[in-house]
Design a protein around this ligand. Structure first.
Ligand code: HPA
Length: 276
């Protein structure tokens, strides 16, 4: 893995005009934030050595280097999901690359099903913790000691300081946010109603199919991580209606402007965004 990371990072470094400190992963339906980025170079995943290729509808698969406002960012438009058949190591490979390129702060966004009955469709939830129901882990196997320790604490995997900055950004922009626990289900089938009841009893506020492996890999490498879920629908059984991917995309579209506004403000006010 280390050799692959080096190879990919070398390829990108040679073509990058600057090394952003902030990485952003754009979730399903939220890829349009990329339109706000003044793009320096961008790379199609298909052109990046060792990168997997995104297959899900709503993701276009590009690594973008540019400016979001005044802040240099490295954004992934489209991510890799476990349900696509990739291993967790593959799913988190781009996060390893970000770190190798100098990214210290990671904003992970996703589409999720809301479970907390106080939440509403279209709201944004700041992730303050997660539950990984499935027992696979991106760190399973030999530990790459050069990247991080074998065993590590996950209590601050979602950086408390960054959560505070996100809440302050929510106040100053007027973009309302919720806060809660995100639970990973592998998908691609949506959860059953019984699974959602179980997840809710377990203490989760939203369910989704991404983010957790990336947050683990980022925590392994001591990156500052923030997770934002766009509650694109209520999870199965919360409302008496069937779930579909179209609703996820539609809500993402409806919410993208406020999502963008919030993210712009977060990267602007987070002290570690600055590049020397
Ligand atoms: N469940 C899992 N993943 C999701 C959902 C959901 O209800 N909505 C968007 N992504």
């Amino acid at each position: 893995m280390l050799k692959k990371i080096e190879e990919t990072a070398c390829y990108l470094k040679a073509k990058m005009p600057f090394m952003p400190k902030v990485g952003i992963v754009l979730g399903t339906g939220l890829g349009e934030l990329a339109k706000e980025i003044k793009i320096e170079p961008e790379f199609s995943y298909t052109d990046i050595p060792n990168f997997p290729i995104s297959t899900v509808e709503g993701h276009s698969g590009k690594l973008i280097i540019g400016y979001l406002g005044e802040v240099q960012v490295l954004a992934m438009q489209g991510r890799f999901h476990y349900y696509e058949g990739y291993s967790m190591q593959e799913v988190t490979f781009p996060i390893r690359i970000m770190k190798a390129l100098g990214v210290e702060t990671l904003l992970l966004s996703n589409a999720a099903g809301g479970m907390n009955p106080e939440f509403e469709i279209g709201e944004l939830m700041i992730i303050n913790d997660h539950i990984k129901l499935i027992q696979d882990n991106p760190l399973r196997g030999m530990n790459p000691d050069a990247l991080g320790p074998r065993f590590f604490d996950m209590c601050t995997a979602y950086d408390p300081d960054l959560i505070e900055v996100a809440k302050a950004a929510s106040n100053s922009t007027g973009v309302e946010t919720r806060e809660g626990v995100y639970m990973l289900f592998t998908g691609p089938s949506f959860e059953t109603k019984a699974e959602v009841r179980f997840a809710r009893i377990s203490g989760a506020d939203a369910v989704g199919m991404s983010t957790v492996p990336e947050a683990i890999a980022a925590s392994h490498m001591r990156m500052h991580t923030l997770g934002i879920s766009c509650l694109t629908n209520m999870a199965a059984g919360i409302l008496d209606q069937p779930l579909n991917h179209e609703e996820v995309i539609e809500t993402g579209n409806r919410v993208k402007a406020k999502f963008t506004k919030l993210v712009r403000e977060i990267v602007k006010t987070w002290p570690k965004s600055k590049t020397e």
